[in-house]
Design a protein around this ligand. Structure first.
Ligand code: NAD
Ligand code: LMR
Length: 332
């Protein structure tokens, strides 16, 4: 029997990530090739005409899984009945801007949209915040949507996770599909800690630690980390626009693994509400290694954290605590 359609909201759908993301969702990349979807697309009035153009293209592409499109500038209409909300709408960082500069513009958007989701989304709606500052926007959304379970509110660090996989794949010269279990700890910002201490590569003679195959701790402890931390800025410098196709693809990876589960023996990175695991302060949206099963994520427990890693976990937590305080000061 055909499945019931899932309603997926994309905010900021007329923007560049939105334009890359909605066809992926309509093709089944996010929820599977047998899962019909109804797309809800929200943008602001100045983008209404462009949003309507995206809707026209979705109709023209004749996606078999796409059972309906709601394109609107009305946040209530956009949020009504949605099962999944991908929050891309906001003010993007431009070349030369620090992420903190965009904070005040975005926290008020996320406060307002939290209320609309809380009142009008389907019960158990899963939320992924992409717009920067992603962790703190997600935290604001959580704080102003108290009836949405905190485990349902997440932010995107899967792009950073995928970037780390990509760097290791290039360095070791193996397909990226053979690399797994990197970790992004903390903030989706330049203080994030891309950690390869538990990562492995599948080789013809079995799984080998990344550290053994790379055999260059100096590179792994310095250049690799800064390359991943600075990749967003490098893309902005090259394109004069922030990353879009990789962000859209990673957002699909995030939701797909959350809903359909992570493969056995594999974890992914997600920004989730901290419960104090690994001595990360509770009450922050912090990126952890997680496994997913039956639509629920769980933080991977018991990993050894060495001294260098501890410092880096704490540094990015400190930045998130500062962002949280700044966000609250913008709201008052
Ligand atoms: P963009 O400017 O092309 O698109 C943003 C869209 O949001 C625009 O169409 C704009 O009109 C719309 N918008 C603004 N305010 C809105 C509101 N209140 N409600 C609904 N829509 C609204 O930007 P983009 O390149 O698509 O990036 C979107 C966001 O994603 C930015 O904040 C960017 O920094 C962030 N980003 C995050 C990651 C990540 O990994 N977490 C990666 C890349 C980009
Ligand atoms: C990215 O990681 O590509 C973006 O978050 C960059 C940015 O800061 O907008």
């Amino acid at each position: 029997m055909a499945k019931e359609p899932v309603r997926v909201l994309v905010t900021g759908a007329a923007g560049q990530i939105g334009y890359a993301l909605v066809p992926m969702i309509a093709r089944g990349v996010m929820l599977g090739a047998d899962q019909p979807v109804i797309l809800h697309m929200l943008d602001i009035p100045p983008a209404a005409e462009a949003l309507n153009g995206v809707k026209m293209e979705l109709v023209d592409a004749a996606f078999p899984l796409l059972k309906g499109v709601v394109a609107t500038t009305d946040v209530v209409e956009a949020c009504t009945g949605v099962n999944i909300a991908v929050m891309v709408g906001g003010f993007p960082r431009k070349e030369g801007m620090e992420r903190k500069d965009v904070m005040s513009k975005n926290v008020s958007i996320y406060k307002a949209q939290a209320s609309a989701l809380e009142k009008h989304a389907a019960a158990n709606c899963k939320v992924l915040v992409v717009a920067n500052p992603a962790n703190t926007n997600a935290l604001i959304l959580k704080e102003f949507a108290p009836s949405i379970p905190e485990k349902n509110i997440t932010c995107l660090t899967r792009l950073d996770h995928n970037r780390a996989l990509g760097q290791i794949s290039e360095r070791v010269n193996v397909p990226v599909s053979e690399v797994k279990n990197v970790i992004i700890w903390g903030n989706h910002s330049s203080t994030q800690y891309p950690d390869v201490n538990h990562a492995t590569v599948k080789t013809p003679s079995g799984e080998k630690p990344v550290r053994q195959l790379v055999n260059d701790d100096a590179w792994l402890n310095a250049e690799f980390i800064t390359t991943v931390q600075q990749r967003g800025a490098a893309i902005i410098k090259a394109r004069k626009l922030s990353s879009a196709l990789s962000a859209a693809s990673s957002a699909c990876d995030h939701i797909r693994d959350w809903v359909l589960g992570t493969p056995e023996g594999t974890w992914v990175s997600m920004g989730v509400y901290s419960d104090g695991s690994y001595n990360v302060p509770a009450g922050l949206i912090y990126s952890f290694p997680v496994t997913c099963q039956n639509g629920e994520w769980k933080i991977v427990q018991g990993l050894q954290i060495d001294g260098l890693s501890r410092k880096k976990l704490d540094l990015t937590a400190e930045e998130l605590s500062e962002e949280k305080a700044l966000a609250y000061s913008c709201l008052s």
